[in-house]
Design a protein around this ligand. Sequence first.
Ligand SMILES: C[S@@+](CC[C@H](N)C(=O)[O-])C[C@H]1O[C@@H](n2cnc3c(N)ncnc32)[C@H](O)[C@@H]1O
Length: 264
Amino acid sequence: MSTIRFDAAMSRRVESAYTTPDVVEQRRVVVGALSLQPGERVLDIGSGPGFLACEMASAVGASGSVTGIDPSEHMLALAGERQAPAHVTFRPGNASDLPFADAEFDVVTSTQVYEYVADMPRALAEAHRVLRPGGRALIATWAPIDRRPMMKVGFDSLAEALPQLSPPAKGDLQQPEQCEREMTQGGFRDVAAQAFTASMHVASAEHYLRVLERAGGPIVVLKEKLGPEAWAQARVRILAAVSRRIPEGGADLAAEALLTVGVR
Ligand SMILES: C[S@@+](CC[C@H](N)C(=O)[O-])C[C@H]1O[C@@H](n2cnc3c(N)ncnc32)[C@H](O)[C@@H]1O
C-alpha cells in the first residue's frame, strides 16, 4: 500500500497531474467501458478532484446521479470547484466503510484509489455491498512502474541524480491476475482485467521536467523540501539525467493502467 497523504498541496498536484493527456484519455476509456445509461445512480469512490464524476454525470443525465466520496477534505474542496451539475454530489467517506445502504447504486467506479486503501479486501466487499444485484463495478489501478515510462523516466532520473533518496513504494493491484483474484474474492462475478495504455508527448527533457515540477509527486515534494537554492542545483543534475532518457526531438511516454470490471 502507498502511504501518500492527500493534504492541500498533494491534492493540488493530483488535480494538475490528472489533466495531462494520458489521464484524460484514461477517463474517456473508463466512461466508455461503463456504458452508462440515463437515470443510473453512480458512486465514485475516492473521487479526488472530481473530473471523472463530472464526466460520468453527462452520461447518466439529470435523471441519474453521481456521488463522489473522498476522505480528504482538501480533495473535496477541489471537487467543489468543478461547477458540477446539480445531480453530482461530493461528500466525505472512506472506501472501507461506505456511508450507504446495501444496493443503493447501479454502478461503482474507483480510479487510482485502492493503491492507498489500508484494508483492500474490505473495501472491495463494501463496493460490492452498495451495488444492486446486476450492478457494475470498474476499478482502475496503475501497472508496474516498468510499464509506465511517463513516470519511470522521472523516478530513474531522480535515482541517478540523487542516489541517496529512497525508491518509491510499490503499489497494490498491479497485475491483472491479482486484480481479478481480489475482485472475485470481494464477491464480484464475470470479473475481467485488461491493460490500457495512453501516452503523452514531451517535446524535450526540459518540457518533461517542467511537467514533473508541476504535477509529479516525488519531484514536487523534493523541490519543496530543498528550497529554491538547493533545488536549483539539484535541478541541473536531474535535467542532465532526464536528457539521457529523452531523445532530441522529444518522445511519446506511455502510462499503462489496469481496468478491472465485475458484476454484482
Ligand atoms: C490519486 S487520487 C485519484 C482521484 C480520482 N479517483 C481520480 O482518478 O481522479 C487518490 C484519491 O484516493 C483518495 N483516497 C485515499 N484513501 C482513500 C480511502 N481509504 N477511501 C477513499 N478514498 C481514498 C484520496 O484522498 C485521493 O483523492
